[in-house]
Design a protein around this ligand. Sequence first.
Ligand SMILES: [Cu+2]
Length: 265
Amino acid sequence: MRLGKGRIGVVALVLLVAVYGAAAAFAKKKPPMMMADTGAKLAVLSPKTGFTLTGNTLATDVSITHFKVDCRFAGTANRMGIGHYHIELDKSLINMICGPRSAVSMQNVLPGKHTLQFIPAENDHADDMKAMKQISFTYKPSSPLAAVKPLSFPGKPSVSIVSPKPSSTVHGGFNLVVAVKNFKLSCALYGKAPVKGYGHWHANVDTTTMGMMGMGTMLGMSCANSFHVSLAGIKPGQHKFIAILEDNTHAPTIGAQASVTVTVK
Ligand SMILES: [Cu+2]
């Protein structure tokens, strides 16, 4: 059968609509930037909402199903069904958590009502807000902590990498060891308001510019002089490992970082 000019036009139009429709459907399926869909089902076992904390550390316990919590892959390529979760206090990130139990320090937290959010996240730290669970609690300390006050140092904060040595070969995992000067590392202040002279450091692989505040390639954070790099999600070859000083809010406002390039075997 021969197609007349009119018919060709109709067929072309139908094709165009079909292609456009498929493209639109595909676009709709893609989650918005930085919003992950992990499939995780999280339940907060402890604390229960309405809890009154009289101590200075809040112990937490969650159950996560349909999702494997494995921080060895944090900061590397996303893998469906694997990741970790974030705990936020009053919507400020405390830390990435690697197991069912954790603890949140009340250092520099004012007595009163607070919220705690538990948010499953991809390896690149993108939050899955649909799977988030929130509880509220009251902090009523029986022996309040003294607030950590700003500190002054004779010079600017700096960080250097002690180990591994440049151009060395690493395999299976290694400790990234740093030396920090004119800066005080504090785990208790993770996620709290910035305090001059205080913070912690992030260990990144290859870049510091991906994701929110550079955390897309963050392997983890440390308030000690060492961080264990698992290498589980890192392909063999040359890689740069970076230590970045961060303020308590995990922002790289301190202006100090160091890196080492090694061969991953
Ligand atoms: Cu941090």
